[in-house]
Design a protein around this ligand. Structure first.
Ligand code: GCU
Length: 435
């Protein structure tokens, strides 16, 4: 009789083999594609039907029923809810200087301190505020930055951040700390002089001041200030980092309400990439933002999740487990069972002006999925009596389309360029006219 060959495995190897097999079983194949023909067929969840099927036909039904229903779903299934908790905020003026940029601008640096009675944790957020030297309060752009306020300008008066940073020796960040060499390294993304000349203010802060961008088990940043006794981490439906950064933007807006040179009724919140996702979530959760700008925000931002083109839900949850609430992992590889999609996030801005910008070489962020979100969201703008995007096809390169919902796809890479800013300034000129 034929005997099956026996496999001999030396005993010391057994635990390693076990580990190897476990990892093999656990590892799900990660299919990432940037191929339009592989986009699964999908049906987008309805914007103008309640979850119970009731049609939403009036502005009032949108405002009082459908919008809160959608906001609740995004909050508890994706970005996470901000827990209750009384955090005190104090503001300290660190410096103020007039007559910068050939007499055109003034600069303020303000420190916001967050604390909570009975908690050892605290957080400090450094604000950098530029305003043109006008006599009137001006509308302003507010956006978080990736590597500290000093990286957006060569202005030597801006304090170098001492906070933890992602290492980036090319940009002068060594051992997780900024050095003098990082001054101005991201200035191409922030055309401050142009913004001043056009009559707008610019407000920024380092996003890591609110919550450092790494998976540290929720020990640092703003989250611990909200823990109940003995709580170690946010609960399954509670906030991840994106919701924390968005919360921080709202706290900055609270402060801007007190700044005499800023017209806080005309603040455009803007962000790039993960901070574009953040700007959208800030706009959705805080209607005080008069305009919202998403620059190349991609998955978890403007791009439709169901297309699973470029970055997918599984991919983003695996690479950045701290960005969303834990409940969002339930939709890994199950985009079609999400009760919402990102066109509904864009619609939460309605009727406020919203700009979604893509770049053709940024396929990871799925430009087409970003366009479709903006286009579909326009249905709600129509209900509210204003125009969004009427076009069905992606527009040509460098050819902005739409009215209160606007979209462009520009040539070039994942970045913020002068072209992008030119469009945002024009959009603001049109949509945030002086009162
Ligand atoms: C990664 C991530 C994106 C994110 C981007 C960024 O590419 O996958 O989701 O937008 O980083 O923030 O730079």
């Amino acid at each position: 009789m034929h005997q099956a060959p026996r496999l001999f495995i030396p005993k010391p190897c057994l635990p390693w083999l076990g580990l190897f097999l476990t990892l093999l079983i656990q590892a799900q194949p990660l299919v990432i594609h940037e191929d339009e023909s592989k986009v699964p067929s999908y049906k987008l969840p309805s914007l103008l039907n309640m979850e119970n099927g009731m049609p939403v036909q009036t502005e009032s039904a949108w405002v009082h029923f459908r919008r809160p229903e959608l906001l609740e779903m995004f909050t508890h299934q994706m970005y996470g809810a901000v827990p209750d908790g009384q955090v005190s905020v104090s503001a300290e003026l660190l410096s103020e200087e007039d007559g910068l940029m050939d007499g055109m601008a003034r600069r303020k640096q303000v420190l916001l301190r967050f604390a909570r009675e009975g908690s050892d944790s605290s957080a400090e957020v450094h604000l950098l505020i530029y305003t043109p030297m006008t006599e009137k309060a001006v509308p302003a752009f507010l956006g978080l930055n990736f590597y500290g306020n000093h990286t957006i300008t060569a202005d030597k008066g801006v304090r170098i951040s001492t906070a933890w940073m992602r290492d980036n020796p090319r940009q002068g960040v060594v051992n997780h700390r900024s050095t003098e060499a990082s001054r101005g390294v991201l200035s191409t993304r922030w055309p401050i002089e142009t913004i001043m000349k056009r009559g707008y203010g610019l407000v920024t802060a380092y996003y890591g001041d609110i919550d450092p961008d790494f998976d540290d088990g929720w020990k640092n940043g703003i989250h611990p200030l909200f823990y109940r006794q003995h709580q170690q981490a946010p609960e399954v439906h509670q906030w991840g980092s994106i919701a924390a950064w968005a919360w921080g933007l709202s706290r900055i807006l609270d402060h801007l309400e007190l700044e005499p040179w800023i017209d806080h009724h005309r603040i455009a919140v803007m962000g790039h990439s993960r901070l574009g996702k953040t700007a959208l979530w800030a706009g959705a959760t805080d209607p005080r933002f008069a305009m919202v700008i998403s620059n190349n925000s991609g998955c978890g931002g403007a791009a439709l999740s169901r297309r699973a083109y470029g970055e997918t839900v599984r991919q983003i949850n695996s690479s950045f487990p701290h960005w969303f609430c834990d409940a969002f992992t339930r939709f890994n590889d199950r985009e079609s069972s999400l009760p919402f999609d990102q066109h509904q996030l864009i619609a939460l801005m309605a009727p406020r002006p919203v700009y979604v910008a893509s770049a053709v070489e940024d396929q990871w962020a799925d430009p087409k999925g970003e366009f479709l979100s903006a286009k579909h969201a326009s249905e709600v703008y129509r209900l509210l009596g204003v125009r969004g995007i009427e076009l069905d096809q992606m527009p040509d390169l460098n050819h902005p389309v739409g009215s209160r919902v606007r979209f462009h796809i520009r040539s070039g890479k994942h970045d913020v360029t002068d072209y992008d800013w030119e469009q945002y300034l024009r959009f603001a000129d049109e949509m945030l006219p002086s009162q």
